[in-house]
Design a protein around this ligand. Sequence first.
Ligand code: GLV
Length: 326
Amino acid sequence: MKVYVTRPVFDGAIDRLRREFEVELNTEDRILTKQELTAHLRDKDGALTLLTDAIDLELLQSTPRLKVVANFAVGFNNVAVDSATKLGVAVTNTPGVLTETTADFAWTLLMAAARRVVEADKFARAGKFKAWGPKMFLGYDIYGKTLGLVGLGRIGQAVARRAAGFNMRVVFHDPESIPDRIIKELGVTRLPFDELLRVSDFISLHVPLFPETHHLLNDHTFALMKPTCIVINTSRGPVVDEKALVSAVRDGKIAGAGLDVFENEPEIEPELFAMENVILAPHIASASHETRLRMCMMAADNLIAALKGERPPNLVNPEVWDKRRK
Ligand code: GLV
């Protein structure tokens, strides 16, 4: 069988794939156009894809041999999963292995934004640190404050665990039912969404991108937040209406933001570049040496299992399995 890997990834994963299949790679570190991707996948049985690859209905219809799309990410909004299911294509993701690393980074952004680390670093590098000042770079305390988590799945829970060390009150909103045992263990309180927005000093987003979570933060919801609130997004860009965020920061409706993801990635709303109280990161929340390797190996293992006819451990469309393309 033949598989395609859409961007340069870790050698260990390629070696593992090579032991099982004929492997073709995109050796250039750039996103392939839809035409290129379609052309490469036309004679392939499986693909190891990245979140930058748009796997849509048209592509899946033009690649009738393709049986498995193993996405190197926990999020899979880049894949038209419903279409894949209809066409019998298995889709897998990489959950779990990036939970702690992503939670670490949500905290990195939170702390850096609260204490103005990026701004202060630029100031010091520019040779502007001439004297200690009593009001220089005043930020916001973190300990003892209220952290609002939108989504209390794996990553939301890992973010909540870290808040204990800061003696924070942690509130959450999640339409899913969360076991009482977890709520008790984490010491978190469920709140209606609007209430969470009103009481939180920090709001961190941990929801997948679905139609229901698109623009969850918008003009209306920013207006409910405290003017001292800092918003952190390590989920997916379109969960936030980026233009509304720009207005909220500009008009002082919130105090700042830490963003790892953007609505039209890799493009960034230009006004954000000039906002010192917004930290911009290029979608790196899971980017530790250890975690990216684990994600890649997991994607390769999913691909191998599925093409060998074994139900892959991280199938996001389990209903496809009995009617998958053979
Ligand atoms: C990264 O954003 C991922 O979904 O794994």
